[in-house]
Design a protein around this ligand. Sequence first.
Ligand code: FMN
Length: 193
Amino acid sequence: MNNNKLYNLLRNFVSPIVCITSTHNGKYNGMISNSVLRGSLLPEIPRIIIVISKRNMTHDMIYNSGVFAVHLLKTNQMNLVWELGFFSGRTKNKLHNIEYEFKESDSPILKNGYAYLDCKVVNCMDVGDSTCFLGTILKADIISEGEILTSEYFRKHMPAKWSDKYQEQLKEAQEFAQKYGDKITYKQWKNEH
Ligand SMILES: Cc1cc2nc3c(=O)[nH]c(=O)nc-3n(C[C@H](O)[C@H](O)[C@H](O)COP(=O)(O)O)c2cc1C
């Protein structure tokens, strides 16, 4: 199978569009992801898996604090995808105009959205350019019901004026993955957070 075909085949495995927030050293940040997976079949052991590029500031916050929150978004929150997914918190305070509160971990929990999962990292796996974090869900709730923002919806409704920046970001992320993707290290997660 050629690479283009394989790329499109793998697209079937993307998750809904979520906002992932975290904190470290008194700073708060959030980003957009579509690489999230259910990590357990049991509500008694509720777990979620997220894969985040090491390029992202949110990655380092999660790695250093051991906490994060995942939010399902609604279709009327496309603006959040622009604000949190197209710029890095390294250059500006992206949560400045966004309302949030705190629940179990210190991660910001958005006041608007479909639902949140407030999590603590219990393990991680190095993926070269990214880290795969396994989180245990400390607290979760529906914030307000609506239509969940899926990747399919995002692709269909992304405003045309976002397209250049989206392609540019994707290219940069792919170049980073090409450079570091096979540089996997085998480290153990230390539960000292
Ligand atoms: C639709 C969409 C999906 C994204 N999916 C991912 C993803 O699965 N993993 C990831 O690491 N970054 C993903 N990103 C990119 C980050 O959201 C983006 O790099 C962000 O600026 C990181 O912010 P930070 O540096 O403040 O953490 C996605 C962005 C968009 C717009």
